[in-house]
Design a protein around this ligand. Structure first.
Ligand code: SF4
Length: 373
């Protein structure tokens, strides 16, 4: 239950954007902030790509992007779209034919910069294909590939140049009466990205796709993204996010969700609150949390679980969570249900028991949700 009305310091006021559709997923307006990732298999390897899309969707991805570098990939895309449980965005660079092929293949969105695909006739053909196939467009400005005339004008990639680039691409779509687009202005530098995003957020009402590009490996990329995207989301900017990591796309989805969960913007699965542990712990907190994270991966119901080593913070944290366990003495601890101390449990049976309690609570919450609908 949200208690934001009594805790106004938790409120985030989302920027008002237009809503567009990416396949069946609404992006912008008051739609939930969508989590995206991108496959890193060869698109021509349909089986491997579909497997990766499915794994990402299972982890919670709302939308998945797939690269379409050549004609064979366009053909493979058709099969991938057919097998995918979520809308597919086709990543196109420069080649207008790929854009047309991808729209025809059933892509829900094209990631393409209309200013980079050639003369007006080509631009019109791509926009027509998108329109004819209910395909939206993401303009993807990237600090690393800014147009030459903007680099000459500004001297280096800077927020103003990125915003201007974005607005130039937007103008081309608008001149063609095409409005089903969203926009990103990514950079690998957190400051540059954040400033560019703030600029574009003021300059357009288009939905915004957030990302820090080439953020790095699992740990460093997660931190960069949490700082960059976290700040923007906190300001109310962002309608869909992708965390770019040199890691499995499933990790990108997990990190994306964790960022949204931390800000109370989206909830999915069990939010585990656990202490770092110290000499006071009544059981092995770190090993227990590792085991529970794995054993509870299948739970999609938004709920909270506190796993706290001792009574210093245990009862206080348990007060705010659906299920809790606090270490005690003599090889056992206290189980908390809905914030209240419920019963004792021995440490050696506690993991199985907590999994059962969480599953029970998830089923209860699901039933209550269904009854309310
Ligand atoms: S809750 Fe207890 S065990 Fe956990 S870090 Fe704090 S004092 Fe240590």
């Amino acid at each position: 239950m949200s208690l934001n009305h009594v805790r106004p310091w938790r409120n985030i006021y989302r920027r008002k954007s237009r809503q567009i559709m990416v396949g069946g997923v609404a992006v912008g307006g008051d739609a939930p902030i969508a989590v995206q990732t991108m496959t890193n298999t060869l698109t021509t390897d349909v089986a491997a790509t579909v497997a990766q899309v499915q794994a990402a969707a299972e982890a919670g991805a709302d939308i998945v992007r797939v690269s379409v570098p050549d004609e064979t990939s366009s053909k493979a895309l058709k099969e991938i779209v057919r097998e995918s449980p979520v809308p597919i965005v086709a990543d196109i660079h420069f080649h207008y034919r790929r854009g047309i092929e991808a729209a025809e293949a059933g892509a829900a969105c094209l990631r393409i910069n209309p200013g980079n695909i050639g003369d007006e006739k080509r631009v019109k053909e791509v926009i027509k294909a998108a329109r004819d196939h209910n395909c939206s467009i993401r303009i993807g400005v990237n600090a690393g590939s800014l147009e030459k005339h903007l680099l000459e004008k500004y001297g280096e990639p800077c927020p103003e140049a990125m915003v201007e680039s974005g607005l130039e691409h937007i103008r081309i779509l608008q001149d063609n009466d095409f409005h089903e687009f969203k926009i990103s202005v990514k950079a690998s530098d957190v400051f540059l990205s954040a400033a560019a995003y703030q600029g574009i957020a003021e300059a357009t009402d288009a939905p915004i796709h957030l990302g820090i590009t080439e953020a790095g490996g699992l740990v460093s990329g997660t931190i960069k993204s949490a700082i960059g995207l976290g700040n923007l989301l906190w300001m109310g900017i962002g309608d869909t996010i992708r965390v770019s990591l040199s890691a499995d796309p499933v990790e990108e989805v997990k990190v994306g969700y964790e960022i949204l969960k931390s800000l109370g913007l989206r909830h999915r699965g069990v939010n585990i609150i656990s202490c770092p542990s110290c000499a006071r712990q009544g059981f092995d907190v770190i090993k227990t949390v590792e085991a529970l994270e794995q054993r509870l991966e299948h739970i999609k119901t938004p709920m909270s679980l506190s796993i706290i080593g001792c009574v210093v913070n245990g009862p206080g944290e348990a007060l705010m969570t659906d299920v809790g366990f606090t270490g005690g003495g003599a090889g056992s601890g206290m189980v908390y249900l809905a914030g209240k101390a419920s019963h004792k449990m021995s440490n050696d049976q506690m993991i199985d028991h907590i999994v059962e309690e969480v599953e029970k609570k998830a089923a209860e919450l699901d039933a209550a949700q269904e009854a309310a609908e």
